[in-house]
Design a protein around this ligand. Structure first.
Ligand code: URA
Ligand code: SF4
Length: 196
């Protein structure tokens, strides 16, 4: 018997399955599950924290102020659009009042992200902010310490960077550092991206 890995097309089916998820308490306050957006053929995956108010309304990740900045920097530094990569979050439902997701919510939601990773098989993952970076690297260290280099993670190059909301608050130096991280992701995509 052959065991085949999931087809990229299965991503849509997984999204339909997730749309009814009640694995954690965040199901109660959401308008809809924000599964992810982009192409199933993506080499590059961005992982944020969780949907905000606008994302909850539209059912799409990073469509508010943070998303506008992400779109701009992805265009300027990678020459890519949100349609040519894939964008998802650690938790798929909006935490009430935009609080941080709790550890048990992150754990409950993890199978959806693992399912996305299995189906997308990205070559490069950019984690946006503390929650995504800590969750995937399995560390309690902060993103400020972790960013500025890439990490070999499974068979993927993982590039941690700031959350765009932090860059909006943090000014020009944070912006420059995030740009440098995106250049790191671009080099990794081009195949020059041995971790370091
Ligand atoms: N912040 C996130 O972490 N994710 C979104 O989708 C929007 C804002
Ligand atoms: Fe399910 Fe994740 Fe939403 Fe919790 S946050 S209900 S685990 S999809």
């Amino acid at each position: 018997m052959t065991v085949s890995s999931p087809e990229p097309g299965d991503l849509e089916a997984l999204g339909r399955e997730a749309s009814g998820c009640t694995r954690c308490r965040l199901a109660v306050g959401r308008t809809q599950v924000v599964f992810g957006t982009g192409t199933p053929a993506a080499d590059l995956l961005f992982v944020g924290e969780g949907p905000g108010a606008e994302e909850d309304r539209q059912g799409l990740p990073f469509v508010g102020r943070s998303g506008k900045l992400l779109d701009r920097l992805v265009g300027e530094e990678l020459g890519m659009t949100r349609e040519s990569c894939y964008i998802a979050n650690i938790v798929k439902c909006r935490p009430p009042g935009n609080r941080d997701p709790k550890p048990d919510e992150i754990e409950a939601c993890r199978p959806w992200l693992e399912g996305q990773l299995e189906r997308l098989r990205p070559r490069v993952v950019v984690t946006l902010g503390n929650t995504a970076t800590r969750t995937l690297l399995g560390t309690t260290e902060g993103v400020t310490r972790l960013r500025g280099r890439s990490y070999p993670w499974r068979d993927i190059v993982l590039v941690p960077t700031y959350h765009p909301a932090a860059v909006l608050r943090g000014g020009p130096s944070a912006m420059a550092e995030m740009r440098a991280d995106l250049v790191r992701a671009k080099l990794a995509l081009a195949g020059a991206g041995a971790a370091g």
